[in-house]
Ligand binder design. Structure first.
Ligand SMILES: O=C(O)CCC(=O)C(=O)O
Ligand SMILES: [Mn+2]
Length: 243
């Protein structure tokens, strides 16, 4: 039989070595209904590491502000962007713009960031990344869904935020007009679908990770609205899997 001292050692070894705060990373899951959900980890990356990545990306990423087409009109995209993807994937194209795909090897810290995101989301496997840089509260992303075909019917999109806090708003798409001759005006249908459960706002802080899953891109739209008080720069990385 084991001596009491080795029993003690056994017991000590059985205690998990990980910091208990690691498991208390304040993960919130919001069930949006009908197979859509959002997972929000408020403090995934510690602040000092997040600032290191922020400064590296701010300085080294070849940011561009492309001209895009929305509803037949040309606009300067209201934020800087850059695209990174594993070679050989279907090319991304949105709003009449096809970004050049840089490689993960071009900016090695991106691989460390990808590892940290994969570690937080076991079973996920992202192979592309769209980066955004908001240079102040006038920069924004308008209402949209990331429903491009290359992401498949139920894309998982993991969004890491660095720098200035910004609001991220999710809003349910208005339900389609029924085909059974019900000709209720669209304004009425919109009003009906603007209840409390049809809109959610998340404060995306430095080092936070927000993940959209299931049918979120089919049934919901999202935006990062202009915010007069958000004066500082924010960098956002959205990881996606191209099929
Ligand atoms: O900046 C964000 O948090 C969201 C960006 C976004 O929705 C996108 O790039 O598709
Ligand atoms: Mn998006």
């Amino acid at each position: 039989m084991a001596s009491s001292s080795s029993m003690t050692a056994l017991k000590l070894n059985a205690v998990p070595i990980s910091n208990p705060n690691d498991t208390a990373k304040k993960t919130e899951t919001v069930d949006l209904g009908n197979g859509s959900d959002v997972v929000f980890i408020q403090r995934l990356i510690p602040s000092d590491q997040s600032w290191k990545w922020f400064h590296y990306l701010d300085k080294h990423i070849p940011w561009t502000r492309p001209t895009i087409r929305v509803f037949g009109k040309s606009f300067l995209q209201p934020r800087d962007t850059c695209y990174v993807a594993t070679p050989g994937l279907t090319e991304l194209s949105y709003s009449g713009y096809q970004p050049h795909a840089y490689s993960w090897d071009d900016y090695p810290p991106l691989k460390d960031i990808l590892d940290a995101v994969h570690k937080a989301l076991p079973g996920s496997s992202f192979n592309s990344l769209l980066l955004n840089r908001y240079k102040g509260g006038n920069d924004y992303v308008g209402w949209h869904a990331d429903d491009e075909k290359l992401y498949g019917p139920t894309p998982e999109i993991a969004s890491l935020s660095l720098g200035c806090d910004r609001d991220f708003v999710l809003k349910k798409k208005p339900s389609k007009k029924p085909r059974d001759g019900n000709d209720e005006p669209a304004s009425k249908r919109l009003k009906k679908s603007s209840g409390r459960d049809d809109q959610h706002t998340f404060k995306l802080k430095h080092g936070s990770l927000l993940v959209m899953r299931g049918y979120t891109q089919r049934d919901w739209i999202h935006s990062v609205p202009k915010r007069a008080k958000a004066e500082a720069t924010r960098i956002n990385l959205t990881f996606r899997r191209v099929f």
